[in-house]
Write a protein that binds this ligand. Sequence first.
Ligand SMILES: CC(C)(COP(=O)(O)OP(=O)(O)OC[C@H]1O[C@@H](n2cnc3c(N)ncnc32)[C@H](O)[C@@H]1OP(=O)(O)O)[C@@H](O)C(=O)NCCC(=O)NCCS
Length: 203
Amino acid sequence: MNQDIRILPLHFLADGARDQAAALYWQAFQGKLGRLLGRGDRALPVIRAALDPGHALAAVTAGGTLVGVAGFRSAAGSFVSLSPELLRRFYGPAGSSWRLGALRLLGVDTDNERFLIDGLSVSPAFRSQGIGRALLEELASLARAEGYRAMRLDVAESNPRARALYERCGFRVVQKQRMPFAAPVFGVWSCNIMERRLSPSAP
Ligand SMILES: CC(C)(COP(=O)(O)OP(=O)(O)OC[C@H]1O[C@@H](n2cnc3c(N)ncnc32)[C@H](O)[C@@H]1OP(=O)(O)O)[C@@H](O)C(=O)NCCC(=O)NCCS
């Protein structure tokens, strides 16, 4: 990876990084979340409000531009949390109720035994330089330091590039999940749940 790029906890960065992280997240996931949250100008403030910088790592250039982000979920919260309160605030009572129903169809992985990765995105101009891998390795260090023995994520069947990266980083498919009911809203018909075992960190 380019020596000028550093991986840091997102909450170490200035407040403007939150906007950059929301934009990166939206760039990666608008295909999946566009029907739910609306077009960019409507969705971006929602993502920004839903985003918790304490649950993400960021890849930053020497000039301070955020070029990658990797979120995770823990018992204390998640990188992007579309809570009922938040949806009501942005879409009103009627607009939030069908959205909450749709999110339930998608399901939320509540596994607390494994470190859950939730939202990896690298800016298109900076892809294929090892930033995705570096973010994943830093997440692995964080997970090890917190005592986790495994990491887990899900990747859409239609995203072979991300899956190949995860395989190169030691993840293996442990389950295939079909999502026929969620597909009309999220455009994802099935995904692969992948796991990577972690060796304990040295004392
Ligand atoms: C998936 C994603 C995060 C990968 O990020 P990335 O920074 O490009 O990942 P890496 O560079 O570590 O590895 C990817 C590629 O770079 C190559 N590569 C890695 N290090 C490299 C280096 N130093 N020099 C040149 N190429 C390198 C890898 O061989 C790999 O090859 P590929 O182009 O065939 O995929 C990025 O493509 C992305 O944001 N996609 C959209 C969002 C998304 O799908 N997220 C995952 C949802 S589950």
